[in-house]
Design a protein around this ligand. Structure first.
Ligand SMILES: C[S@@+](CC[C@H](N)C(=O)[O-])C[C@H]1O[C@@H](n2cnc3c(N)ncnc32)[C@H](O)[C@@H]1O
Length: 219
């Protein structure tokens, strides 16, 4: 399936096609082609950053002869990015959590919980009972932290969930450069100082919003 967008990202053209595809899912403020239309179905990522992230993860799998099979997402929202990542990595198992209190499209939520092996938890990421459930599925090869953007919550999420990583696993956080949520940046910086991981960041500051993605790689 040479022309299918969710293919191996081997060539420059594959990467350019993915970037273009993501621009169509994203509002102009993030570098996309859409106007905010109230449906809340737009991708809340900068296309360049998400493309770089996916390409990096694909290369990481190849270079380390491993597969991201167990994925944890803290802050699922309506699951758009969860599905995009699943299309590329075909996870064996996904665990995701959200309070489902943010505005989102219920139709899109429904579309993004099907056709995957998903355990979806409704509740706060720092609730003891939820942490216990999530622990049962550890270790995770890939963990995405993107729930509350308050400093103390991000700090807790990074501390709690990074402990659930498999060897060579990667935990990544979104919005590390978002000026509306400076607590994420503070928590991310502190995490980096405290923890002996390898770090990588993707940042594109060309658009109205700056978001930023930070990866901590267990080595
Ligand atoms: C930015 S959205 C997540 C977007 C999604 N990860 C993506 O990339 O498309 C943040 C989500 O976190 C959820 N949330 C906020 N505070 C939370 C908390 N304390 N525990 C769990 N989820 C929370 C919100 O309901 C919202 O859906």
């Amino acid at each position: 399936m040479k022309n299918y967008i969710f293919r191996d990202l081997k060539s420059k053209k594959d990467k350019e096609d993915l970037l273009e595809f993501l621009r169509h899912q994203t509002n102009a403020e993030f570098g996309g082609y859409r106007l905010f239309d109230g449906t809340r179905t737009h991708l809340m990522h900068i296309p360049e950053e998400l493309t770089d992230l996916i390409v990096f993860l694909k290369n990481y799998e190849n270079n380390n002869k491993m597969k991201f099979s167990n994925f944890l997402e803290i802050g699922f929202n309506s699951g758009k990015v969860n599905t995009i990542l699943h299309k590329f990595f075909n996870f064996k198992n996904i665990v995701a959590l959200d309070t489902f209190t943010a505005e989102m499209s219920s139709q899109e939520l429904l579309a993004n919980i099907v056709r995957k092996n998903l355990t979806l938890i409704c509740g706060r990421s720092d609730r003891k009972e939820n942490l216990e459930i999530i622990k049962k599925f550890q270790p995770y090869d890939l963990i995405f932290v993107d729930a509350s953007h308050e400093y103390k919550d991000v700090k807790k999420d990074l501390d709690n969930y990074s402990k659930m990583l498999s060897d060579k696993g990667i935990i990544f956080a979104h919005d590390i450069q978002n000026e509306d949520y400076t607590g994420v940046n503070k928590a991310w910086k502190e995490f980096k100082k405290k923890n002996n991981f390898l770090y990588k960041e993707f940042s594109c500051k060309k658009y109205f919003f700056s978001l930023g993605v930070g990866l901590a790689i267990k080595n």
